[in-house]
Design a protein. Structure first.
Length: 336
């Protein structure tokens, strides 16, 4: 009696663990990557930068393959031995990345690939707030209608940055008197703040429902919320802002470094990078992808700020320990 041979089993998909923010990746791109590379991407999420740091400390840098970090953290993570240097031969799409973004931070070009960049600004309900908001002081010294109606990002650099900018100081100020002046502004604002947290980016967001009328927010996040509530306006104040860049890195402990680099290279194919930018409402550091983006996207000053705004805005830089201690003390007191 003849027996049919059992069907060949499908190859087991390789798993890639990606540590990142929520709502920061196009699911369609993940599906395409998984199919092309016979892989499965598993996400691990963090709510803020300190949470990511705690996850890395508790795991001693293990358990992740690709880690999304802010520019300032690249050198910190490198010194802790958590990051693997890039094998650029496996990332040919690096040729599409702008040098400004690759070299914006210490060790960035050797250990990371830029993912997205943007600014801080003020999102507010134009239908519920009397008049336009154009300056940081309007968020920090608000009118009575904003009492208990403001949300501030729970990030010590961002909170202090806007207060420093309101006073026409550098976001990287090391002057203790300037920091104290910024702290006074934040204390003035505190009774008006409903919460210090990252806002939900869903239709249940308090800015969408009207429970919050103004918020410190990243530009792409505000643009996402406009999809739910067109009355949300976003402004980069005239004094300028802080510039941020997020980066993709490969964990030193990863046993799937080649797959991790293939993932990073896949995301930087210009077509994929353009698709990701439109999904996240974030500016792309991929120069070739910009040629594939709609004119309305490229010419949106809330995504790609004008040269004047960029000239008044700054990247964060590393600070001396004494200054970090002073800043942490200020924000710890504000957040109590």
């Amino acid at each position: 009696m003849a027996y049919a041979a059992p069907p060949a089993s499908a190859p087991v998909a390789r798993e890639l663990v990606f540590l990142t923010w929520t709502d920061y990746m196009d699911p369609a791109l993940i599906e395409a990557f998984e199919q092309q590379f016979n892989a499965r991407v598993r996400f691990a999420y963090y709510a803020d930068d300190p949470a990511r740091d705690r996850m890395m400390i508790e795991s001693e840098g293990h358990g992740y393959d690709v880690i999304l970090v802010t520019g300032l953290e690249i050198d910190v993570y490198r010194k802790r031995g958590w990051l693997a240097p890039l094998d650029e031969a496996l990332i040919p799409n690096l040729e599409h990345i702008g040098e400004r973004w690759r070299n914006a931070y210490t060790a960035a070009s050797a250990y990371s690939v830029p993912y997205a960049w943007g600014t801080l600004g003020i999102a507010y309900r134009s239908d519920l707030v009397g008049g336009e908001i154009n300056h940081w002081r309007q968020l920090l010294e608000p009118g009575k209608d904003l009492r208990g109606k403001i949300t501030m990002i729970k990030d010590y650099r961002d909170i202090l940055a806007v207060a420093l900018k309101a006073l026409n100081y550098s976001v990287n100020s090391t002057d203790l008197q300037e920091l104290d002046a910024a702290a006074e502004l934040l204390w003035t604002q505190k009774p008006y703040v409903k919460t210090y947290s990252y806002m939900s980016l869903t239709e249940a967001s308090e800015l969408v429902t009207g429970e919050v009328l103004a918020a410190l927010m990243y530009n792409g996040d505000a643009l996402m919320l406009q999809e739910y509530q067109p009355a949300i306006e976003f402004v980069i104040p005239a004094e300028g802002s802080a510039l941020w860049v997020d980066y993709l890195t490969v964990a030193a402990s990863s046993e799937r470094k080649e797959l991790a680099l293939q993932f990073i290279n896949f995301l930087n194919d210009p077509k994929n990078a353009a698709q990701l930018a439109e999904y996240t409402y974030m500016a792309t550091p991929n120069k070739s992808a910009e040629h594939l983006l709609p004119a309305a996207f490229l010419h949106n000053p809330l995504i790609y700020p004008s040269p004047d705004v960029l000239a008044k805005s700054e990247f964060y830089t590393s600070l001396p320990p004494r200054v970090l201690h002073a800043r942490n003390r200020i924000i710890a007191q504000i957040l109590r």
